[in-house]
Design a protein. Structure first.
Length: 255
């Protein structure tokens, strides 16, 4: 299978692929491998990026498509750890790049959640779906925005992630990073033309959320982007009112 990423320049990956068929072809080494490795090790190898062990397990027909006791496949673990070589090996071995756990979390969700921009890019290059929602209605961009992973968020935006995708509570990625006070991602999404005054189901804008949380840098980014400072929620409260309620003097000075 042709690799979908650009990992062929990695020395470790090259050496593994070059010598792996030789080292694991003899009966002696095959017997040693079976005595030292169990199928359960495939999740550990993926989790920690142990590519030589992973290569042996793939060759031994380990359960690379299955979930462990936490319902995570080896590809989920590799993405969570940002192990790009392991990701490539598993996909080349036939693992579905869009595999989901019971909560509909994909490897791309996890790469975004833990801020692994290179792993996210590799998964996208291998045809990962950028806007897939999990069981909470969050896309990978929601995850990156909530955690403040600007580089991963930029990778997703560059891959045409929907910046105004709403979860069941009406939260877009901009709402999530405004609520969490992730000013750099707020700025990134403003630059990507995310709707500034969209409302959640509770009728709060991103500026309401950041003002109430006392996140002055995020508030400043939204104000600079021309978010509506006079927009009122269902209780007739503006972002200024919400900042006052929270006692956030620095935010009050901005607004």
């Amino acid at each position: 299978m042709e690799s979908c990423g650009v990992l062929n320049s990695s020395p470790i990956f090259f050496v593994t692929l070059l010598f792996y068929p030789y080292f694991y072809s003899s009966d002696l080494v095959d017997s040693f491998r079976k005595s030292m490795l169990s199928e359960d090790d495939v999740w550990e190898a993926a989790k920690y990026g142990h590519i030589v062990s992973l290569a042996a397990l793939i060759n031994a027909k380990a359960a690379i498509h299955a979930g462990d006791e936490s319902n995570q496949t080896p590809l989920h673990w590799a993405a969570r750890g940002g192990h790009s070589t392991a990701i490539q090996m598993l996909i080349d071995a036939g693992v579905n790049v869009n595999t989901k756990d019971p909560r509909k979390v994909t490897p791309l969700h996890l790469a975004a959640l833990y801020g692994h921009a290179a792993a996210a890019q590799l998964l996208l290059d291998c045809k990962a779906i950028v806007d897939v929602p999990d069981s909470d209605g969050w896309t990978p961009l929601h995850n990156a925005a909530d955690r403040g992973h600007a580089e991963a968020a930029q990778v997703l935006v560059n891959s045409k992630a929907t910046v105004d995708f709403k979860d069941p509570q009406g939260y877009t990625p901009l709402h999530r990073c405004a609520y969490s006070g992730r000013a750099d991602v707020v700025q990134l999404l403003c630059d990507a033309n995310a709707p500034l005054d969209g409302m959640t189901r509770s009728t709060w804008t991103a500026l309401h959320l950041s003002a109430f949380g006392g996140h002055s840098a995020a508030v400043q980014a939204l104000v600079d982007a021309k978010a509506g400072v006079d927009v009122k929620d269902q209780y007739d409260q503006t972002p200024l009112d919400r900042a006052a309620l929270g006692g956030h003097s620095a935010v009050l000075q901005i607004l």
